[in-house]
Ligand binder design. Sequence first.
Ligand code: AMP
Length: 283
Amino acid sequence: MSDIVKIVRTVHDLRKITAEWRDRGHTIGLVPTMGALHAGHISLVKQAKKKTDRAVVSIFVNPTQFAPNEDLSRYPRDEAGDLKKLLDADTDLVWAPNVAEMYPEGFSTSVRAGSTAKDLEGAFRPHHFDGVTTVCAKLFNQVTPNVAFFGEKDFQQFTVLRQMVRDLDIPVKLIGVPTKRDADGLALSSRNAYLSEAERKIAPALYAVISALAAEVAAGADIPSAVTAAKRKLASAGFAKVDYLEVRDAETLDPAATASGRPLRVLAACWLGKTRLIDNVAV
Ligand code: AMP
């Protein structure tokens, strides 16, 4: 094994390599990321290695999915650390374009995310999913993966992208990978780096509360009152503000007033100090 991972920074160079792989009949797996990699990202890379012949990881902090008031400028970046982790995970290629390569002078076309993007994250981050669908459409065209791997951690993002691929007939299969958590239940996230020591101690309450809510709903609890009680628990654990805590249809993300027999998902976003955490679990 080489001691450096192959890193490519232009679409031109990327296409040469992927064309050669396809000529040889290799299948390509893509793991899109914004870097600051942790074990959650690496679990996606492992799936790509397992299910396809060539694992490509993209690292691109996508400006178009951040609103002007969001954390783009302070988003954690650690390319050297990322490359080391990706080498250890036996990644075949790292696709790390800069902003000018991804959005050259004159760039102005975008993919508008569909109905599954309209609320939850979409209500609080209005243009976020259009940024995600646009950059992922570009990544799919650049890398031409057979399969792309996304974390269930960002469950709505995965749903929105599945809808995009279906609606636009993009020839890629999407696979969702279960959320990796710390031992205390906190979902791994690059944004956990923002938490103070005290906040980090409170943070696992989010997973505990949504897991308990999911169990209550599965046992037949009245959804609106169980949700109200769960919001109260989050507030008393120390979460300053709950953007949303909802029980939704796991496929359409439509509101679920009752446990209808269809698969349901509990999804939440809330604030600990200046850090916004999201998480979700299956009912
Ligand atoms: P990000 O770099 O945060 O954009 O995430 C890149 C990919 O990694 C997305 O598909 C995320 O859903 C996924 N991901 C992030 N955190 C986790 C986690 N804790 N477990 C599994 N996948 C994750």
